[in-house]
Design a protein around this ligand. Structure first.
Ligand code: PEP
Length: 250
């Protein structure tokens, strides 16, 4: 089955509104003839600015996180209702920085996944092992647990709005990329896990992005692999010069 490639840029905690606007405008111009599916996920404070620029273009608008509750006494959190109000279409959840720096566990991530899906968002659920877990031969098991627990209670219908991003933690922001073969092996395994949970058709359809030091010079080799359907890009997403060649690979 052929799946569409999906290239997403996670801008993390970078850029003021004017810097974000400058990048978004450059991407709108340079990706307007791009063949793949695209997304940018600005920091919360720049979402409204970027929303006005990407509206009506082929670039989707993402957020990097959301609260697990719709509203209430949750100081410092941002809710799905507020994201919807800004025109956000996709929420990235379970990013390794959320898991390992901010100690979000699978149960919390699952709550967010379900809430975001319930509110009509597309969800990019990130999974991936630490270096020590890879070295201990646990990469598949870690990704399986994060996938199964992250999707607990998600219906087959809602799964059509879920994208998985396999991001080995040791490859994020380090300049170390998984080899296309190693990445593809985990993607194939996660696809098998989806097959066990939702059946062969859902497994064949689900988009699985790779993330971890994706650059213009390794994007095409990664994307050539059967089970790699796109990329979640961090560092290289911060400049049009480095993101556009990834977004236009192939
Ligand atoms: C990420 O943070 O999702 C990521 C993949 O970052 P980088 O591309 O910088 O490794």
């Amino acid at each position: 089955m052929s799946r569409d490639y999906y290239i997403a840029g996670n801008w993390k905690m970078h850029k003021t509104r004017s810097e974000a606007a400058e990048l978004a405008k450059a991407l709108v111009t340079q990706l307007k003839d791009g063949k793949h599916k695209y997304l940018v996920a600005p920091t919360f404070t720049a979402i409204e600015t970027v929303a006005a620029i990407v509206k009506g273009t082929n670039i989707r608008l993402g957020a990097q996180n959301c609260a697990a509750e719709e509203q209430g006494a949750h100081t410092g959190e941002v809710s799905v209702l507020q994201l919807k109000d800004l025109g956000v279409q996709t929420v990235i959840l379970g990013h390794s920085e959320r898991r390992h720096v901010y100690k979000e566990d699978d149960a919390l991530i699952n709550k967010k996944v379900k809430l975001a899906l319930q509110h009509g968002f597309e969800v990019i659920l990130c999974v991936g092992e630490l270096l020590a877990e890879r070295e201990a031969g646990k990469a598949e098991a870690v990704c399986e647990t994060q996938t199964v627990k992250g999707l607990e209670g998600v219906s087959a219908a809602d799964l059509s709005r879920v994208v998985i991003a396999y991001e080995p933690v040791w490859a994020i922001g380090t300049g170390k990329t998984a080899t296309p073969e190693d990445a593809d092996a985990i993607h194939a395994y996660v696809r098998k896990v989806i097959g066990k949970l939702y059946g062969a058709d859902a497994a064949a359809k689900i988009i699985i992005q790779y993330g971890g030091s994706v650059k213009a010079d390794n994007a095409a080799q990664l994307m050539a692999k059967e089970n790699i359907d796109g990329a979640l890009v961090g560092g290289a997403a911060l400049k049009a010069d480095t993101f556009v060649p990834i977004a236009k690979f192939g």
